[in-house]
Design a protein around this ligand. Structure first.
Ligand code: CUA
Length: 178
């Protein structure tokens, strides 16, 4: 019974054979899954080869602003929609409570997408393709990507970041080159 004190010496009883087998099975499974992460990185389609660099919120915000000022093509509510040159470095900034700005990319072109936060930890979750990245202030994540389908892709924040977390969204458009 859980409410009774365990008998003296319970901590040095020999481990039961069944329990030992389970410990070994769990350990070997953990080792196997560790190597599967490396394997899936090569053959799977979800584990990203991203890079990360040190930055500061001010430096990153300056790069975002520079791109936004140069390449905004239209406005959607409070959001500028930015269409940077195909093949260029593109920037998106997490902050309470939005992914800023919206991007318009061209299908089949390769971009280096830089992500950072200027305040708290946020999550970059690209829907519906299920790409997930943790984004921290002070670090710039760079994902090299080539959009292979046109459409409208939503970004939701999947790291709790405060009372407006559930409203923190963004958008990427992928269009045909015309
Ligand atoms: Cu940003 Cu949750």
């Amino acid at each position: 019974m859980a409410i009774a004190s365990p008998s003296a010496g319970w901590w040095k009883e020999p481990i039961h054979k069944v329990e030992l087998i389970w410990i070994i099975v769990a350990f070997l499974w953990g080792i196997a899954m560790f190597f599967m992460m490396i394997y899936w990185h090569g053959v799977g389609s979800q584990n990203l080869s991203n890079e990360a660099y040190r930055t500061t919120p001010a430096d990153f915000a300056a790069k975002v602003d520079k791109m936004t000022e140069a390449y905004t093509v239209r406005q959607e509510g409070a959001f500028p929609v930015v269409r940077p040159p195909p093949g260029s470095d593109v920037y998106m900034m997490g902050r309470v409570y939005m992914w800023w700005p919206m991007l318009e990319l061209v299908k089949g072109e390769t971009y280096r997408l830089h992500l950072s936060s200027i305040d708290l930890q946020h999550g970059f979750s690209l829907q519906p393709v299920n790409i997930n990245l943790q984004v921290h202030p002070g670090y710039e994540m760079v994902v090299t990507m080539t959009p292979n389908q046109t459409g409208q892709f939503g970004i939701v924040c999947n790291e709790y970041c405060g009372f407006g977390h559930h409203t923190m969204t963004g958008r990427i458009y992928v269009v045909d080159n015309k």
